[in-house]
Write a protein that binds this ligand. Sequence first.
Ligand code: SAM
Length: 224
Amino acid sequence: MLERALHQTRLEMVTSQLAARGIQDARVLEAMGTIPRECFVSPELESLAYWDGPLVIGHGQTISQPFMVAAMAASLVLQGDEVVLEVGAGSGYGAAVLSRLARQVVAVERIPELLEAARARWSALGLDNITGVLGDGTLGVPEWAPFDGICVTAAAPRIPPSLLMQLCPDQGRMIIPLGARAVQQLCLVRRVQAGEVQIIPQFACRFVPLLGEEGWDEVHGPET
Ligand code: SAM
């Protein structure tokens, strides 16, 4: 599809899928209207890049629905000077959007081939404030902590303690899908006082599982 047509479809997506459904943060709308989602899917899916749902990216994983990416980014209330951790870099699209909203993005992914492809896309687009890390994101990235925002793009049975410890107290915000393997609640998590955790459910969602030491077991996770 022509670049111009995709640009037009992207702007329509921002209006009809995001603004019309209550995404009000102008910076988030701007970022979603700027980052070319078609660059984050395989060429045969390019014409579907702005459809209202997730798309396969290989290795049994998905690039999330545009609304979900925008809602998660908006929930972090970023001003531009933050260090943000994304757990589950996948295609690299979510990190690309976050890179327009924060000073530095650290994006961790457990599947080497996905991270390699994501890095190539960030580089091709000149997004030089994203650091890709290969590893188990349930353990966070201690060398970059603490984080002003943490965006977990895979479903967890509970809040990984390591992520909580790496979230800035008071102002820090974590957005994470919590619940069973089949369906979850997207939750906003904050460390409001020493030792106290505030969890605010947002809406029901369905993500691929967060696999790792403080997430689901690769083969049999406990159903909660
Ligand atoms: N944010 C991604 C994007 O924009 O394409 C979508 C991510 S996809 C819904 C979830 C990703 O989380 C998958 O790529 C999966 O491999 C990754 N993942 C699952 N468990 C992980 C873990 N413990 N550490 C890092 N990545 C993990």
